[in-house]
Write a protein that binds this ligand. Structure first.
Ligand SMILES: [Zn+2]
Length: 170
């Protein structure tokens, strides 16, 4: 192989190596106002109370947090997707779920980036990033930058903010 052929070959291998080790960069930007969507779901507290269980209401509408290891999804491994308990928007997939050991269901990315949004949360003396549903603005959990590859993010969720839909067939 002469030098003219060798250089493109080396470049091709280098590009391939770079692509394989590339991190999947999530666009996690905190904002102060909810994203605008055509399919926005807006309800009064009284309307939410009618359609949500008390636990769902406490988490989604009053920013509650379920106790670690007590939620119904923290050790669930079945194929399927997790949808918002308030508005049914698909939020997370079992494909991106990992065992974080925290006792809360943990994912390294949402199913679609535009289905969630982020807000600064300084409550409880902590500086955290709150995760909210992009359609109904319900509180889902918090995002931390100590997650696994390929994103490096850990989406720490409340089980009761979500419903599970098992994958159909195989
Ligand atoms: Zn929602």
């Amino acid at each position: 192989m002469n030098a003219k052929k060798l250089i493109p070959a080396i470049l091709a291998v280098a590009t391939l190596v770079a692509a394989c080790s590339a991190q999947y960069a999530l666009n996690i930007k905190v904002r102060s106002t909810p994203p605008v969507r055509k399919d926005k779901v807006v309800k009064t507290d009284a309307q939410w109370k009618k359609i949500l269980t008390p636990t769902q209401y406490t988490i989604l509408r009053a920013k509650g947090t379920e106790a670690a290891f007590c939620g119904k999804f923290h050790d669930k491994k079945e194929p399927g997707i997790y949808i918002c308990a308030g508005c049914k928007l698909p939020l997370f997939s079992n494909d991106h779920k990992f065992e974080s050991g925290t006792g809360w269901p943990s994912f390294y990315r949402p199913i679609k980036e535009e289905n969630v949004w982020y807000r600064n949360d300084g409550s409880h003396g902590m500086d955290r990033i709150e995760i909210l549903c992009a359609r109904c603005d319900g509180h889902l959990g918090h995002a931390f930058d100590d997650g696994p590859k390929p994103t490096g993010w850990r989406y720490c969720l409340n089980s009761d903010a979500m419903l599970f839909e098992a994958a159909k067939g195989k």
